[in-house]
Each structure stands twice: as C-alpha cells, then as structure tokens.
Design a protein around this ligand. Sequence first.
Ligand code: ZN
Ligand code: ZN
Length: 355
Amino acid sequence: MDKRRARIWERVEAAEVDGFLTYAPDNRYYITGFTGSSGYVLMTAQETMLLTDSRYAEQAKAQAQGVTVMMHAAQWLETLHEQVKRLAIRRLGFEPGSVTYKSFLKLRDAIPGIELVPLDDVVERLRMVKETSELERIGEAAKIADDAFRHIAGFIRAGVSEREVALELEVYMRRQGASGVSFTTIVASGERSALPHGVASDRVIGRGEFVTLDFGARYNEYASDITRTVMVGPPSDRHKDVYALVLRAQEHALAGIRSGMGGEAADALARDIIRDGGYGDNFGHSLGHGLGLAVHEAPRLARKSEDMLQEGMVVTVEPGIYIPGFGGVRIEDDIVLTADGCARLTHATKELLIL
Ligand code: ZN
Ligand code: ZN
C-alpha cells in the first residue's frame, strides 16, 4: 500500500498541487484498504488521511494501515477545512469524474481561498496495471464464475425461467465464497438473446433457443465477468454458423492481443472477422474493458480507444453478434496481458453446449 500511495503521489505531484482529495469509493479502497461505504481520502506529500464517520471507527483503524484515520465532524467539510489549513494546502487536486456539481459547489465554499484543480483518472490509470495480490483475487473471482457456469449448464433446460437461472447462478456463487455478484446477472433467451444487456426476466426458456449468460462473482472486493451462450434443444445451421463466427473472432483476438498494442487495434482483431463474416452491423458494442475493483474500468478495447495495452492489465474479450428477431451470441473471457501475449483467467468451456 505504501508503494501504491507513493506511485499515486508521484502522479499527483506532477500536476503541481500540494494535496489530493478523492470521493470515489473504489479509489478510497485502493489507496487505504478501507472497505466501509463512507469516507474521503486526503493525500499530501507527508501524509494520507482517511476521513470517515464514527460508525466506521474500529473498521477504519484496522483496515487502513499506514494512514491517519480521523472521524470527521457532523459536517465533514468542516473537518476537511481544518486539515487543509493544518497541512498548508494551497492547490488541492480533486477528481472531476466523481464529484457532482452540487458537491463541487459545497467543496468550493467550504475551503475558501484554496485553488481546486481537476485531476482526471490519476488513480484509475494506475489501477489498470494489476499487482500480484490483485491478480490472485481476480483469478479467484474468475474461478468461481467458471465453476458456476459448469453448475448452471446442468440446471438450464426448456421450461425454466431466466429469473430462476439467474437465482441459481447467484446462490451457487455465494456458496463458493463470492461476497456477491459483480453486476446484475444477464440471462437472455430466444429473441431476448439479441439484447446485449438482457437482464434476466420471467421469460420461460424454450427449445431451439440460444441462452446468453453474462455474470460475475465478487471476491475480496475484485470482480470477474464472463459470458457464455448455450443452446437449449437442437441448433439450426444458422445457430451453429453464428456461434462459430463469434467463437472464431474471440479466439483470434485472444491469440493476437498483446502488450504494446492499442485498444483500437485489439478491438479490430475480432471486429474484422465478424465484419468479413457478414455480421459487422450486428456487433454494436466494443470488444472489451478493464476489470478489477470495478466491472468496467480502463483500459477500453474499442474503436477510437487511445489506450495502450501493457503487461499486467486485466481486460475482457467479448465479441458478440445480435440479430433482432432471431437471437444473439456473446462469448467473454477475462485475460491478463503477459510479456508475450495474454493468459486467460476464465476457463469455462466454449464448445457450443446443447442442453
Ligand atoms: Zn460480461
Ligand atoms: Zn464485460
């Protein structure tokens, strides 16, 4: 954590500020190790402070090692004002992406005479490259998701509703040690599988249908995110063709993705294959996203992405084809970029399962 804080401060200092304030919960955790739901982090060259409230007194002291923990007054901004004065901060960096306009106005009024400097994505940029301990936790979250897919493949059949499938998945992951799901479980069957984000509904799964499952486990604060598409009842030739094309695009991207490549080039690895297969207009979303404390974080594997891939980044690779009135297929794995390519964190089978 000390090293992590030193790296953050190095970046903050480059913006010529003498203090840095974060409101963002994931960044608060990343900087301090505190998992409570309320608090603010104030950093200077000498000191990192966690300002939280009395509900979290014990927890904050236990979790936030090497950090000054302070219970703030009923109005936390009064405490901030006192500390900003004590630390002689004149230019205070803040994160424009996590402060609402209303909060910004309150902050400005609470610390008169202090210059507020917007610092975009300082912590998020560092969070892109994972430390070993983070990789272990994402790997564990991925393993829970893999096991859950194996389990759910034995549960799905015609006559079961999407909602029942989602519930079974979620309960199973909790039993395997997940603290929760990493996002609302997607179970989209039949025509609904053409919806890239079809959250489980009361629809009953029928025969001759694709079912797309997109879900993840949260383990020790870190998230996994996997998608598999299965078939209930015998597939038509069209089902087989669409599935094979998505799988080929996904495997091609996994084989070609490497550090030093841009996010746009990575996206093109899969997109070109889907376009050449005649379904370019049916792949509307981007190829992937960073994964860690947040389910969607930097970098982006997408058209127009200017992110550069680096060893140690964890990203998803998730091409899809969505055909209105017919259905859709998406296949998603979590990977970590290595020195010479990538290593998969999710290993669930990608053979088209016919249930
Ligand atoms: Zn997903
Ligand atoms: Zn995803």
